[in-house]
Design a binder for this molecule. Structure first.
Ligand code: NAD
Ligand code: MG
Length: 385
């Protein structure tokens, strides 16, 4: 049997490691032909030995200096420009983009320009450049299969139903670390507390974004582009148990949902096996062990960043990029102890108020505004880049 050739971007992160576990179980069907890490070269090389990965990329300027071009017969590429080049030349079937934050954007574009299938975890790509991504997909016939659990759920529940049969999609949100914390205690929140998610094991950024629920705003924007739905047809709802990963409400009043215990290996496996389903024992759900499933509204006073983020999505153009970059900068300030938790929303709000709209930004403008917004916020607080 011919194995699917997989590219894994961000192999040392939380999604990257879960992807490795999926590929280990499915090694008769999947093989990795390229894996990347930003700075953790040692971990990348260990995985390369375990999975026999022939091509590796290290992107961080500091980390690349010490590394020879070939190790154990493996080819090592350096920096984002070599990564983009190799994505353009290498033979592969599907690429998992599990780079965190705005740094994943150019890789998304390179994969789509090749007409390849993209298993997309990096939601920021769609938030910043959804309009360009759609253009590339139309031009090159490339496909995106979502890895984000909510969007994987929607993708599965939509199946072959045409868009007009969908009344709404409902994206579930766990509520993050502070769902029940009294609002008067929000000023005391520490970085350590914010980095603990009640249901999911994830990378630092997406865990913090879950605590503020900016993550859910990113996911509403992601759904807007992935499923071609206007914002009034996308709702987010609090579902603290994270068992139902999202729901599609059809025009006849019927809801279809996808569920399992929360574990990212399942949406990753789905994306890698699509259009088939591979037999797997990685994630097992025992119905009788599940908690009672509940749903509630998302409170604007607890989660102001959710509402700010969705508003930037509705306005569109360059504003989602501004909101996303301001949020990345605010998280950096929060984790460095420079601002408190409640200030994160204020930083994003201020950046959006200051921003000039640009309706249809090209990639160059998006990356420039992304960098500028991020840098201005950090330098205002005396942090050197
Ligand atoms: P992470 O921080 O654990 O890992 C990020 C990976 O990206 C690492 O391999 C790192 O080396 C690489 N990276 C970091 N900065 C980079 C840069 N400048 N250039 C190139 N590579 C860089 O992140 P994660 O939690 O695995 O999340 C990855 C993406 O998946 C994010 O967009 C996140 O929103 C999305 N996502 C994650 C989860 C989850 O459960 N972790 C769930 C849904 C969606
Ligand atoms: Mg998600």
């Amino acid at each position: 049997m011919v194995k699917k050739k997989v590219v894994l971007l961000g192999a040392t992160g939380s999604i990257g490691k879960s992807t490795l576990e999926v590929i280990r179980e499915q090694s008769a069907k999947l093989e990795i032909v390229l894996a990347t890490a930003h700075s953790n070269a040692v971990e990348l090389f260990l995985s390369a030995d375990k999975f026999n990965i022939p091509n590796l990329v290290i992107t961080d300027e500091q980390a690349i200096r010490a590394i020879p071009p070939i190790i154990n017969n493996r080819k090592i590429y350096r920096g984002e420009s070599e990564l983009l080049k190799v994505l353009n030349e290498l033979d592969y079937d599907i690429a998992v983009n599990a780079i965190s934050g705005s740094a994943g954007l150019r890789s998304t574009m390179a994969i789509l320009q090749r007409g390849k299938t993209l298993a997309l975890a990096n939601k920021e790509s769609l938030v910043m450049a959804g309009h360009l991504v759609k253009e590339l997909q139309a031009k090159y016939g490339s496909k995106i299969i979502p890895v984000d659990s909510e969007h994987s759920a929607l993708y599965q529940a939509i199946g072959k139903h045409p868009q007009q049969e969908i009344r709404k999609v409902h994206i579930t949100a766990s509520g993050g670390a502070f769902r029940t914390l009294p609002l008067e205690d929000f000023h005391k929140i520490t970085v350590e507390q914010a980095l603990k998610h009640p249901n999911w094991e994830m990378g630092a950024k997406v865990t913090l974004d879950s605590a503020t629920m900016f993550n859910k705003a990113l996911e509403v924007m992601e759904a807007h582009w992935l499923f071609d739905l206007s914002y009034d047809r996308i709702k987010a709802v609090l579902h603290p148990q994270s068992v139902i990963h999202s729901l599609v409400e059809y025009v006849d009043g019927s809801f279809l949902a996808q569920m399992s215990v929360p574990d990212m290996k399942l949406p990753i496996l789905y994306a890698l096996s699509y259009p088939e389903r591979y037999e797997s024992n990685l994630v097992q759900t025992d119905l009788l062990q599940l908690p009672a499933l509940t749903f509630a509204e998302i409170s604007p006073s607890r989660y102001p960043l959710y509402y700010l983020g969705v508003e930037s999505g509705k306005q569109g153009g360059i504003l989602p990029t501004v909101a996303n970059a301001a949020n990345e900068a605010a998280l950096k300030l929060f984790t460095a102890g420079k601002i408190g938790f409640t200030k994160i929303a204020e930083v994003v709000e201020k950046a959006l108020q200051k921003a000039d709209q640009s309706e249809h930004p090209e990639l160059e403008e998006i990356t420039r505004i992304n960098r500028k917004t991020y840098a201005e916020i950090l330098t205002e607080q005396g942090i050197k880049l």
